[in-house]
Design a protein around this ligand. Structure first.
Ligand SMILES: Nc1ncnc2c1ncn2[C@@H]1O[C@H](COP(=O)(O)OP(=O)(O)OP(=O)(O)O)[C@@H](O)[C@H]1O
Length: 311
């Protein structure tokens, strides 16, 4: 296992009855990354995360977290992991302070140390004003922050989040995404492993994306690299008349495509070759006076998902 690897998964197999969910899966999760696992329903995302989190046993294969094998050294591995489960599992009648103190006690901290850690985490998440409010009275977004705070009591090296923003409103989700990025940047959650169904969430959060398909890894790379693999960056120009657009397409040395069904526009997959790019810019320059609008579009994670996960 390299010093840059937080989680090393080798030949992981898991079946339920005769249904194979993970089929010899291999994966290295980069230390310091925000790794987001994507895949269609039933692809095995939760199963994978639960095995890494020591909540489920592998059928065969190995999972090593920060140097600790999750089967051979479950207790040691568990101490390195912070887990915020998919559904809200907190006692609705307890307060954030009580929940955090309790978690500290479960982890074996003395009362004073547990209280100190609770206070640090309440401050870190801006939960001070809610420290004595019953969980049941908190908003969904604030509860999710308490979940996260609970996951961080043991100052884990790896934080695992299964669908962290499900059920939250758009503002609460954005707030939580910012929080997660901040925690990752300041080292409180130095490696994040997150599953989601939501491509926008992946787009905002991920430094690395893993796409699962048929029990194995279909792709694992940065969002930008994955997007560049499945699609092209395109430039669309709206010109002042369909005639100018036709003339530009006809005279172009760089091979513009006309946008079907949209007269007066031309579309160019941005060339990677600098010489071709220059000639495209010269062609565009020749009709510069006619350009009304320009739009640059990147391939999206939807394109990545459609191409890799559903293939
Ligand atoms: N305890 C279990 N017993 C039997 N089958 C299970 C069990 N847990 C999961 N499965 C099945 O294993 C497959 C993978 O489930 P898993 O929850 O890991 O996928 P997922 O990618 O997280 O799905 P989703 O996106 O729907 O949450 C599914 O077909 C599911 O029905």
């Amino acid at each position: 296992m390299s010093e840059h690897t937080s989680v090393a998964v080798r030949d992981l197999e898991k079946s339920y009855g005769n249904k194979t969910v993970l089929d010899g899966l291999c994966l290295s999760i980069r230390r310091g990354s925000r790794t987001v696992v994507l895949g269609p329903n039933g692809a095995g995302k939760s199963t994978l995360l639960e095995i890494v989190a020591t909540l489920r046993s592998p059928g065969s294969g190995t999972v090593v977290v920060e140097g600790q094998d999750v089967v051979a050294h479950t207790r040691q591995a568990r101490q390195l992991i912070g887990l915020a489960p998919q559904s809200n599992a907190l006692d609705p009648l307890a307060s954030p302070q009580e929940v955090l103190d309790f978690q500290g006690a479960v982890l074996g901290l003395h009362a004073r140390a547990a209280r100190r850690r609770s206070s640090e985490l309440l401050d870190l998440f801006g939960l001070g004003e809610h420290r004595r409010t019953r969980i049941a009275k908190l908003s969904g977004g604030t509860r999710r922050k308490v979940d996260l705070a609970v996951a961080l009591v043991n100052a884990p090296s790896l934080v695992i989040l299964d669908e962290p923003t499900t059920g939250l409103d758009p503002l609460a989700r954005m707030d939580l995404w910012e929080e997660l990025k901040r925690l990752n940047a300041n080292g409180e959650a130095s490696t994040l492993l997150i599953s989601t169904q939501d491509l926008h969430e992946a787009e905002v959060l991920a430094s690395d994306i893993v796409v699962l398909r048929e029990g194995n890894v279909a792709a694992h790379d940065s969002p930008d690299v994955l997007k560049s693999l499945v699609g092209e960056r395109t430039l669309t120009l709206a010109l002042d008349s369909p005639g100018t657009a036709r003339a530009l397409v006809g005279a172009s040395r760089a091979g513009f495509r006309a946008e079907p069904g949209d007269p007066g526009t031309v579309r160019l997959a941005l060339p990677r070759d600098p010489a071709v790019l220059r000639s495209a810019l010269e062609d565009i320059g020749s009709v510069a006076a006619s350009v009304q609008q320009m739009r640059l579009a990147d391939p999206s994670l939807d394109d990545v998902f459609a191409s890799l996960a559903a293939a």
